[in-house]
Write a protein that binds this ligand. Structure first.
Ligand code: ATP
Ligand code: MG
Length: 359
């Protein structure tokens, strides 16, 4: 089982998050490289609080029930799915190697990967995968992306999916799915430095693209739970009420307008955190530009967040619409539901673009 996915068959994209399970099914037509995609199914189901903590599944029954619920609601018959892992136990890194044969590379990658892990936690406990990004014969070297994830984590996700009666044929990584959906949504390459930032409930998945190629990937332990916790603390409301207030609805006698400063305070700290990561990327990769940030994930919908990020980081910030270039099959998807789920489905759409055998 590779962490970078594998070709041929269309899979259902299944994004298992700590806030919600998102699902997407696409159909493609046209030649490889210039495919046209049609959205067949999309949906989500909430995951109970604390069923997934720090990316670890704590309550597998609750998570697989949420998966079954969304498959039933959307009447999805296909059983073969592409899932993904994310969080701090997933390491993604670009490494430059001298040009070498695939067998030599496989060996070198193992050596290199040892430096990924904390002392005492070796390769045995990790699933490892890699892919050549580009070869530079004139310089005698090549860039390779290395991915490692704790095996028990991958197994826990697969078990949970199997328990829901599905077959996980591909285990991808959130940041790669994000990169995939951007490629489709942005309609080809842009010669820009772009940050893709997907803010979920617990994590923010991030990748930096230079001239349409991803060169840096990071999962930041930051997500929408911080807004919820802040509202509960500042206004004494329940978790459910905080969720509603975040969505701009009234709850427990509080109005979205009065709680706005609490949301703004969290968005401000996120701008600082994101700014630090972008500065780190700029100095390590010697890139002095940043042209655009595309925000996705459920928390990209938090009121005022795009404006605060744009103001603090002095860069254009837009929400990524994963459905931008997809044709909708109106017999099976409701356009209003598609608009509502919007950027929450970015990773699920990215996963639905995967085929068995892809690299
Ligand atoms: N309309 C909205 N306004 C504000 N926040 C929202 C809205 N809709 C969803 N959210 C928040 O988005 C988060 C869920 O987003 P998403 O589904 O992308 O996360 P996830 O994939 O489940 O989480 P993670 O990957 O971090 O485990 C929750 O914190 C939820 O409260
Ligand atoms: Mg997520």
């Amino acid at each position: 089982m590779g962490l970078l996915g594998s070709k041929k068959k269309r899979l259902v994209g299944l994004d298992i998050g700590s806030g919600a399970v998102k699902v997407c099914e696409l159909r493609s037509s046209g030649k490889s490289g210039s495919e046209h995609y049609r959205l067949q199914k999309v949906g989500m189901a909430l995951v109970p609080h604390d069923a997934i903590i720090d990316g670890d599944i704590m309550d597998g029954n609750a998570v697989s029930a949420a998966i079954q619920q969304v498959f039933a609601e959307q009447k999805i018959k296909a059983k073969e799915v592409a899932i993904s892992v994310s969080g701090q136990q997933v390491m993604v890194k670009k490494v430059t190697f001298p040009l070498m044969s695939p067998a030599e590379l496989a060996e070198s990658v193992r050596w290199e990967a040892e430096s990924f892990f904390p002392a005492g936690q070796g390769l045995d406990s990790h699933a490892l995968d890699f892919a050549v990004l580009n070869e530079r014969p004139s310089e005698g070297n090549m860039d390779v992306v290395l991915v490692a994830c704790r095996k028990d984590k991958v197994e826990a996700y697969m078990t949970c999916v199997a328990q829901a009666g599905l077959k996980p044929l591909v285990v991808d990584v959130d940041v790669f799915a994000l990169q995939n959906v951007y490629e489709i949504a942005s309609q080809g390459s842009r010669d820009e430095v772009v940050a893709l930032v997907n803010m979920g409930a617990s994590f923010t998945n991030m990748t930096m693209l230079v001239g349409s190629k991803s060169v840096f990937w990071r999962d930041i332990a930051w997500g929408g739970h911080r807004y919820t916790d802040k509202l509960m603390e500042d206004w004494g409301v329940s978790r459910d009420a905080a969720e509603l207030l975040k969505q701009g609805k009234m709850a427990e006698g509080r109005t979205p307008e009065e709680i706005e400063p609490s949301l703004a305070a969290i968005s401000d700290s996120f701008a600082e955190e994101l700014g630090r990561t972008i500065d780190f990327f700029r100095s390590s990769f010697k890139v002095d530009r940043l042209d655009r940030i595309f925000l996705s994930g459920g928390s990209a919908k938090v009121g005022g967040l795009t404006e605060i990020l744009s103001d603090r980081l002095r860069v254009s910030v837009e929400r990524l619409n994963p459905f931008q270039t997809l044709e909708l099959d109106e017999r099976s998807v409701d356009p209003t539901a598609v608009r509502e789920i919007g950027c929450s489905a970015a990773i699920a759409v990215g996963l639905a673009l995967r085929q068995v055998g892809d690299r």
